[in-house]
Design a protein around this ligand. Structure first.
Ligand code: S3P
Length: 449
């Protein structure tokens, strides 16, 4: 089945039951999984990846890398990628269908821009709505040519540059995907590619590029903005990559454990990259009983075990500067805020409008349907909780958005009338065993037949 093939919608309902307890190993980090497959495909020698996320999004990247000439062996314990070397990707024989995955689309466009190949790229209805102009602009400067639908949307055709140019690029939006696309294009350019960010975003690409042998220097400019410089045409060498648990996936059982009375849940081996941990900081400010234990380093990324215990939460103000470090966590933070005492204001969240769905509207409409007071503006959201779960009882339209689906199922575990999501299918993109894993902790979540 193509990654964007549409299966029949699967309605799933969550209802309050007893306390949640136990240990849950969350699936591998989605961002790091994509990057391991891509850099493995550009390296010389095998890259062995353990803990790879086996979600639909990452499988779309694997299929695309195979179509671009990498050899990928899916083993039981580990996946192995045999790369083509920097500059060695070959022309795909068919359309690359990247399903729901914005990270696959934007990062692969960067890779392709640095190779003299032509590719046709598409995705599902959600991905075909999302903005690609933000990567097309810098990649045209590198020398790639694009033919797109209006507004720079997918499907598009890209012809990469025969002699890619090393560029200096000031990101107009704080986006790790755009930064990574420019750096990946710069791999096959002669000279130094430099990217300046308006706010720091996740740095998994930079960390992994270094681990594979590239020269990457990071500094601050006179305004304090981070500048990442990559020396082009490195020899990348295949590595052993251990993918940590995804903090963005851990967020769902973690918030569930904080909200369901009497719960105590341990989540071992979760990635603690400081550009990903904004939710944990915010929840602690709200008064959450959230322990961070056994902090350690694993293959160049910090990890720790998280222990969450239920207790009361208070509303807080979340500053705009924190948004990039928790950009995927606002749906579940809003659910926590709906149960907290008082008003939680989230600033600088305009980017939520261009995620897998318009999450600002999705969160606001879904919470209102569950009886929660919500206010929102162009780039802010305020949720007022009563210090107790809201009534619930609604059916939420997930709009092909895995995180909207999981966040509202978490709300259903405490909302008096439960919550139904109209389609849990999108959860396969990032947390394939979510329902079973939550049931393993004692949650009452069931498919409606
Ligand atoms: C990602 C970066 C973020 C995030 C996405 C994954 C990545 O997007 O929302 O889920 O892997 O680089 P932006 O960089 O567009 O904000």
């Amino acid at each position: 089945m193509a990654a964007s093939g549409s299966a029949a919608p699967r309605a799933v309902a969550a209802r309050p039951a007893g306390a949640l307890s136990g240990t849950l190993a969350v699936p591998g980090d989605k961002s790091i999984s994509h990057r391991a497959l891509m850099l493995g495909g550009l390296a010389v020698g095998p890259t062995r990846i353990t803990g790879l996320l086996l979600g639909v999004d990452v499988r779309a990247t694997a299929a695309a890398m195979a179509a671009l000439g990498a050899e990928i062996d899916a083993g039981d314990d580990a996946w192995t990628v045999y790369g083509r070397g920097v500059g060695g990707l070959t022309e795909p024989a068919d359309v690359l269908d990247l399903g729901n995955s914005g990270t696959s689309a934007r990062l692969l466009l960067g890779l392709i821009a640095g190779h003299a190949v032509t590719a046709f790229v598409t995705g599902d209805a959600s991905l075909r709505r999302r903005p690609m102009q933000r990567v097309i602009d810098p990649l045209q400067q590198v020398g790639a040519r694009f033919l797109t639908r209006s507004g720079g949307r997918l499907p598009l055709a890209v012809t990469g540059a025969r002699e890619p140019m090393a560029i200096r690029y000031d990101l107009p939006v704080a986006s790790a995907q755009v930064k990574s696309a420019v750096l990946l294009a710069g791999l096959n350019a002669m000279g130094e590619t430099a990217v300046t960010e308006p706010q720091d975003t996740r740095d998994h690409t930079e960390r992994m590029l270094r681990a594979f042998g590239a020269e990457v220097a990071v500094a601050r400019d006179e305004s304090g903005r981070r500048v990442t410089r990559l020396t082009g045409q490195p020899e990348l060498t295949g590595q052993a990559v251990t993918v940590p648990g995804d903090p963005s996936s851990a967020a769902f059982p973690l918030v569930a454990a904080l909200l369901v009375p009497g719960s105590a849940v341990r989540l071992p081996g979760v990635g603690m990259n400081p550009h990903r941990t904004g939710l944990f900081t915010t929840l602690r400010e709200m008064g959450a009983d959230l322990g961070i234990e056994n902090a350690r380093e694993q293959a160049g990324e910090p990890v720790a075990d998280l222990v969450a215990r239920a207790g009361p939460l208070q509303g807080v103000t979340v500053p705009a500067e924190r948004a990039p470090a928790m950009i995927d966590e606002y749906p579940v933070l809003a659910v926590a805020a709906a149960c907290a005492e008082g008003r939680t204001v989230m600033h600088g969240v305009g980017e939520l409008r261009v995620k897998e769905s318009d999450r600002l509207s999705g969160i606001a409409e879904g919470l209102r349907a569950c009886g929660v007071t919500v206010e929102s503006g162009e780039d802010w959201l305020a949720v007022t909780g009563q210090g107790a779960p809201p009534p619930g009882g609604a059916t939420i339209a997930t709009q092909l958005d895995h995180r909207i689906a999981m966040a509202f199922l978490v709300l259903g575990l405490v909302a008096r009338g439960g919550v139904t999501v109209d389609d849990a299918g999108p959860i396969e993109t990032s947390f394939p065993d979510f329902v079973a894993a939550m049931r393993g902790l004692g949650a009452d979540i069931a498919e409606l037949s």
